[in-house]
Write a protein that binds this ligand. Structure first.
Ligand SMILES: [Zn+2]
Length: 490
């Protein structure tokens, strides 16, 4: 640490994650939730615009999706929960209150286990609560929020159902929150309740960060960090915030309780406003809705019908495909990636080679092009097609990388690329011997060196054969053939 006295601190982080539930209709009306790319303010009605005299009616699917989410996070379901009005004025909230849940949320007391790869440790993160609430509309600022001369409002998102997942302050590093969020995304994707797209805002995360002297029981003053819209941003923003607070404390200053905004361009958090407390919202029970009742039959039925979740899928991958835990963890980190792997493995038996190609080349190209696996230009079928060409010896491992790149760029299948570009391995031995003999004839000095015991001379000759064949010869075959022919004095 620069300057200040050396201090040991613990980092304490808790998360609040909002997920957009993928129901067809909004939470309390029949308006469609399919709003991306739609004309502003077209998916609206008196209910979601909060016009006088309109009444909300809960969409049953919202409850079903939320119960599924809460159960997958090992929560206890409150058979009677309650809606509250959370009052605040904001231009994107036409009612000037949001229907949410407060003292009696739908799910409580759950947990999720995460694996920390560096320490081989498993950590249990407490889930304080899972509740449901409606989303607000969207403000569109001309330029950025601070300097914009006007803002427009679009109410299409108003009334979209959200589940809010609040964790205990159980995280001890920003990296742990990243691991948690990736797993949470995979869980909600497997449940079919949310697509988990942070960049598009269907999964949003706020974090409470504080720092305290090591081993201290009481918590330090926390700051809330908002506006992080990727896993990477979460880790970066929280690391910045942890360092900022540690520096303040080491200089003998105090952390102020406030809400801070992550500025993605400047890579800093900036103060937005002093943090509001629950009483600022004047919560009161929603008079237009009855208490929310969930009977035990529905809970049990939902529990029974939960799909296979990422943890179980990971265990199955390890057992059935015999791949390392590390591979299985990555391959189940999103539902679509797991599906891709499984589709490919129906067609191809070497599960490890498959996972190597998917986790290596495929993920690398997808990351470079910022594409999701769902939009991969190479289908599982085409990937397997290429691997089979490699197994047959038609292309070498090195050529395969080249073919793979072309497949990714052109969306063509491997055999077509091989045919069009002529990049096949020479399997005809006579053709190869012709080149080998030519190289032997042209390099008498190297032959002499080799005969004197300089094994290295052979490498040069192999290189010459590869040059003449433009890399299409099998190096191990050439090596053996050269050795034999020189020894025989041919
Ligand atoms: Zn509506």
């Amino acid at each position: 640490m620069q300057g200040g006295r050396i201090m040991k601190e613990d980092v304490v982080i808790g998360l609040e994650v909002h997920i957009q539930l993928m129901t067809k209709a909004k939470m309390f009306c029949h308006c469609s939730t399919d709003y991306i790319g739609k004309e502003p303010n077209t998916n609206t009605c008196p209910v979601c615009l909060g016009l006088p005299g309109s009444l909300p009616v809960l969409n049953k699917k919202v409850l079903e999706f939320a119960v599924r989410t809460a159960l997958a996070l090992n929560c206890k379901i409150n058979q009677i929960s309650r809606f509250h009005r959370k009052n605040y004025f904001y231009p994107d909230l036409p009612k000037a209150y949001q229907i949410s849940q407060y003292d009696l949320p739908l799910g409580v007391g759950g947990y999720m286990e995460i694996s920390l790869p560096e320490s081989d440790e498993k950590r249990r993160i407490g889930i304080t609560r899972v509740h449901i609430e409606e989303d607000a509309g969207k403000l569109i600022h001309e330029g950025d929020i601070a300097s914009s001369s006007y803002s427009l409002v679009d109410y299409n998102r108003c009334g979209i159902p959200l589940a809010e997942i609040v964790t205990e302050p159980d995280f001890r590093s920003p990296e742990e929150t990243r691991i948690f969020l990736i797993k949470l995304r995979s869980i909600v994707q497997h449940l079919g309740v949310c697509d988990g797209n942070m960049e598009e805002g269907s999964m949003r995360c706020d974090a409470n960060v504080s720092v305290r002297p090591a081993k201290s029981k009481s918590l330090g003053t926390k700051a809330e960090v908002k506006n992080m819209n990727s896993f990477r941003a979460v880790k970066k923003a929280l690391q910045f915030e942890v360092d900022r607070q540690k520096k303040l404390l080491s200089e003998g200053e105090k952390v102020i309780q406030e809400t801070r905004h992550w500025d993605e361009l400047k890579n800093i958090t900036v103060s937005m406003r002093s943090k509001e407390e629950a009483h600022d919202y004047r919560y009161f029970p929603e008079p237009d809705l009855l208490p929310l009742q969930v009977d035990s039959k529905m809970i049990e039925e939902t529990r029974r019908n939960l799909p296979e979740l990422p943890e179980a899928r990971k265990e199955r991958f390890i057992k059935v495909y015999q791949i390392p835990e590390y591979d299985a963890e990555i391959l189940t980190s999103s539902k679509a990636l797991g599906d891709y792997y499984e589709k490919a493995s129906y067609l191809y038996s070497n599960a490890k080679i498959l996972s190597n190609w998917i986790m290596g080349e495929l993920m690398r190209y997808l990351n470079e092009e910022k594409l999701d696996i769902e939009n991969s230009p190479i289908s599982p079928n085409n990937l397997v097609g290429m691997l089979k060409l490699m197994d047959k010896g038609a292309i070498s491992g090195k050529m395969a990388k080249n073919v793979f790149e072309k497949m990714f760029k052109t969306r063509k299948d491997a055999s077509q690329i091989v045919e069009e570009s002529g990049i096949t391995q020479i399997t005809d031995e006579d053709e190869l011997f012709e080149v080998i003999d030519k190289v032997i004839k042209e390099n008498p000095r190297s032959i002499e060196d080799f005969n004197k015991g300089k094994e290295k001379a052979l490498n040069y000759l192999v290189g010459q054969v590869m040059r003449y064949t433009k890399g299409r010869a099998k190096p191990d075959f050439v090596f053996k053939a050269l050795k034999q022919r020189i020894k025989k004095g041919l």
